[in-house]
Design a protein around this ligand. Structure first.
Ligand code: NAP
Length: 333
């Protein structure tokens, strides 16, 4: 094994990220250095935040022209020059969009491969997916029993898990997603109480019908007009939790902020953002509880898998066009 096949940034998108912004190429691997590990990547996580890393100026992190796209991944050690790792060990970490990743051993975390497929550790048990949802619900949104609780991008990775945790905590959960198939998925597979198809329904009017006393909690992944529609329906003492704003990531130089924010003043409501990496001490408890629900089969998260590293360049386009239900992954090898 002398090469990795990787996806690099060819040019920076100024609108949607499409396949022509990337190049897929074979790169010779340098000899392994002491402390380094080579991982055969099985699955690459596709995350909405990757789009923000393709800008010249990073939001969290940035990818340079010609550099491998930053991405979380799972796989198995195929070669090790680090004492703590041996060939075959299952790992998760920042492996990048490539088939073979060479990283310092200290950058990797061991995963339990008896729980199910390794992809679980990017999905329900993944830091930027299930753990984010758990932290957002349990540490920030804190829905109360009986609350009318709304989740946007509800059929996506974070939204699917967030809605299910809010439901476990006793809330009446209303999901917002695009299209009738996703509405059925929310109701029939995830067990949400209500679902709104934002592509065909008037979101504000539907919220008015479904929540006559207002929306007590909103877990927002989308921003833009959906955030405004919920703000317009926020209840007295309601809370908006900003997890993300995917509708804004294609043009971060011209973000459309909420125009209905004065409802916060009128209704004594609050809005709070969060990022999962600000809660390092909550990651382990989150993973343990999520792993328990995986083991007893009481949590569901679908997967949409693009097969082969050569399909990574279309992944963000798929996500931003709503082509994924549940966690979007690329199977690298
Ligand atoms: P995801 O929900 O699996 O996929 C994104 C979904 O967003 C798409 O499937 C699509 O579903 C919807 N969408 C795309 N463009 C939209 C638009 N213009 N208007 C409305 N909906 C749109 O993605 P994810 O990786 O789980 O990320 C979800 C959110 O969580 C993102 O905002 C991300 O930045 C955020 N996040 C935050 C943290 C944190 O620590 N705060 C960590 C990880 C992720 P439809 O078919 O329903 O349109």
């Amino acid at each position: 094994m002398t090469t990795t096949r990787r996806v690099a940034l060819l040019r920076r998108p100024t609108g949607p990220a499409t396949p022509d912004h990337f190049v897929v190429e074979d790169v010779e691997l340098d000899p392994l250095q002491p402390g380094e590990v080579r991982v055969g990547v099985e699955y690459i996580s596709v995350d909405a935040a990757t789009r923000t890393m393709l800008r010249g100026e990073g939001f969290h992190m940035q990818v340079g022209i010609g550099e491998t796209i930053l991405a979380g991944g799972v796989g198995r050690v195929v070669e090790s020059a680090a004492d703590e790792w041996k060939v075959g060990d299952p790992v998760v970490g920042g492996l990048g969009a490539q088939t073979i990743s060479t990283v310092p051993g200290a950058f990797l975390n061991r995963v339990d491969d008896t729980l199910g497929p390794l992809s679980l550790h990017l999905g329900v048990l993944g830091g930027s997916t299930g753990v984010t949802a758990w932290i957002g619900i349990r540490e920030v949104a804190k829905p109360q029993p009986g609350d009318s609780f709304v989740v946007s991008a509800a059929a996506g990775a974070v939204g699917s898990v967030a809605g299910q945790i809010a439901k476990r905590d006793g809330a009446r959960v209303i999901g917002i997603a695009g299209g009738p198939d996703k509405v059925r998925y929310l109701l029939d597979t995830l067990g949400f109480d209500e679902a709104i198809d934002y592509k065909h329904d008037d979101v504000g009017a539907r919220l008015g019908e479904l929540c006559p006393d207002g929306v007590n909690g909103f877990f927002d992944n989308v921003g833009g007009p959906i955030l405004d529609a919920v703000l317009d329906n926020i209840a007295l003492h309601g809370k908006v939790t900003i997890c993300g704003a995917i509708s804004q990531y294609d043009d971060m130089d011209d973000i459309t902020g909420p125009s209905m924010y004065l409802r916060l003043a009128e209704r004594q409501a609050v809005m709070e953002g969060f990022a999962f990496f600000h809660f390092p001490d909550r990651m382990q408890p989150a993973m343990e509880e999520l792993a328990g629900w995986v083991a007893d089969g009481s949590i569901a998260l679908g997967e949409t898998v693009l097969d082969g590293i050569d399909r990574y360049p279309e992944a963000l386009q798929v996500m931003f066009e709503g082509g994924n239900t549940g966690k979007l992954l690329v199977r690298a090898s």
